[in-house]
Write a protein that binds this ligand. Structure first.
Ligand SMILES: NC(=O)c1ccc[n+]([C@@H]2O[C@H](COP(=O)([O-])OP(=O)(O)OC[C@H]3O[C@@H](n4cnc5c(N)ncnc54)[C@H](O)[C@@H]3O)[C@@H](O)[C@H]2O)c1
Length: 438
């Protein structure tokens, strides 16, 4: 099958590589010439486990191509995935300019029947707008379908190759058959393709992310109660997670959710619900609580160390919004670091993969070091934002010896508070009593 994927970011690149891996001819198109030049050399502009060898292999086999010529990519394919960004507009609603620009190009470039599949996360009703934008110049018949993507950064290749489910909103039996066939090799182990109307598919994506974000904000709210009463959020988490109606996943408190999806999708869903008169008050609370939570580590640190941080070095471990990615979009670390710099603090940071991205964002305003222990040298405190594996089992004696003051603010609850006190640290975490005051 000849497939084009328009937009070669975190989603488009994974979709393109995985479809090529299963034998399809895929052309990935993007307007970012720098990105396409890199990809044509087999260089992957993002860190995503397993993606680079897959892209290189399929490039070499000739099943995967990269181009900046979106119109030609459309002409070369019968199935077109739209995977461009849908960033938040000023009012929080999803900005559809890239999606609709691509739709216009598709309309102008038609040379036969096309099946257009929206992978980008778009508000309910967008398929109609895409259809109208294509129809302006369309010379052939076409289908517009919604196939929201549920992959997780850090496990994107696995998620796409072995999806829990494939959600498909279709406008015809024919389109359903073609896309079902396309996904046949990914759903061999009994997971389902859920075929539905387009509006339901569009809403499913937002509802899924909003539900997960709600669980996180809920637990962060309960953490505040634990901190005020001497209770331990870990115990509460286990206590409720063992109820199979609730389940264990996504009950981890922390310094707030970030990334390119949850914050923007919750805001966009609120906007859509408001516009249509549906009650979005739960999501409003989820969003507001998360904004406060993202400032919580900074607030704890300033409450302990004072407003004036000039002359103080703060070590930061973890910059990406979650482990196994270099993505720093909406990362809680950004909030803490900006707050520390505003107060005159010197920030020395480490991340296993996001150093280049941090350099791009902060330039010389922070120091980036390749060794996590070097970041600790002379530090008055350590702030942890990301639960990367190497941070989970550090050499505590070495940490303490390196720091000017053994003070740790842990936004991901990596350590046992009692053990930290025994090692001589003052340890602040989320939803648990602080220990070991120094
Ligand atoms: N990142 C994720 O984990 C994830 C997961 C599921 C769904 N999504 C959704 O998928 C969509 C894409 O997300 P992403 O993280 O891959 O974004 P991204 O910003 O990494 O990539 C988007 C790409 O689209 C390109 N682009 C923009 N306008 C274009 C145009 N007119 N023609 C061709 N290319 C164009 C950009 O240059 C960029 O490379 C979003 O709607 C997002 O909400 C993302």
């Amino acid at each position: 099958m000849n497939i084009s994927v328009i937009g070669t970011g975190y989603v488009g690149l994974v979709v393109g590589a995985c479809l090529a891996e299963t034998g399809h001819d895929v052309v990935c198109a993007d307007i970012d010439a720098g990105k396409i030049a890199c990809l044509n050399q087999g260089e992957i502009p993002i860190y995503e486990p397993g993606l680079e060898p897959m892209v290189r292999h399929n490039l070499a086999e000739g099943r995967l191509r990269f181009t900046t010529d979106v119109a030609q990519a459309v002409r070369d394919s019968t199935i077109i995935f739209v995977a461009v960004g849908t960033p938040p507009g000023e009012d929080g609603s999803a900005d559809l300019q890239h999606v609709l620009a691509v739709a216009g190009t598709i309309g102008r470039s038609m040379n036969g029947e096309k099946i257009v599949i929206t992978k980008s996360t778009v508000p309910v009703g967008t398929a109609d707008k895409v259809r109208q934008a294509i129809a302006v110049d369309a010379t052939h018949s076409f289908h517009v379908c919604s196939n929201p993507e549920f992959l997780k950064e850090g496990a994107a290749v696995d998620d796409f190759m072995k999806p829990d489910r494939v959600v498909l909103g279709v406008d015809s039996e024919y389109a359903a058959d073609v896309i079902r066939d396309l996904y046949a090799s990914f759903v061999v182990s009994g997971n389902q393709i859920l075929i539905m109307d387009i509006a339901s598919a569009e809403i499913t994506k937002y509802a899924a992310n909003a539900m997960l974000a709600t669980r996180i904000s809920f637990m962060n709210g309960i953490s505040g109660l634990c901190e005020r009463t001497g209770a331990d959020i870990n115990m509460v988490r286990r206590g409720i997670g063992s109820d199979e109606r609730i389940g264990r996943a996504f009950l981890y408190p922390g310094v707030g959710y970030g990334g390119s999806c949850f914050p923007k999708d919750v805001k966009a869903l609120i906007q859509t619900m408001d516009e249509l008169g549906a009650d979005a008050s739960i999501l409003q609370a989820v969003d507001e609580l998360n904004d406060r939570q993202k400032r919580s580590l900074l607030h704890a640190l300033v409450a302990r160390m004072g407003e004036d941080l000039s002359g103080t070095t703060i070590a930061v471990w973890g910059l990406s919004f979650k482990p196994n990615t270099d993505d720093m979009r909406e990362a809680p670390s950004l909030v803490t670091i900006e707050g520390l710099l505003e107060r005159g603090g010197r920030v020395v940071a480490h991340d296993p993969e996001a150093m280049a991205e941090a350099k791009r964002r902060f330039g010389d305003r922070i120091e980036l070091v390749k060794d996590d222990y070097v970041a600790l040298e002379g530090a008055g405190a350590l702030a942890i934002h990301t639960e990367w594996n190497p941070y989970r089992r550090p050499d505590f004696a070495r940490m303490k010896a390196a720091m000017a003051q053994p003070l740790v603010f842990d936004g991901r609850n990596l350590y046992d508070p009692q053990r930290m006190a025994e090692f001589g640290f003052e340890y602040h975490s989320v939803g648990r009593a602080s220990t070991g005051e120094v």
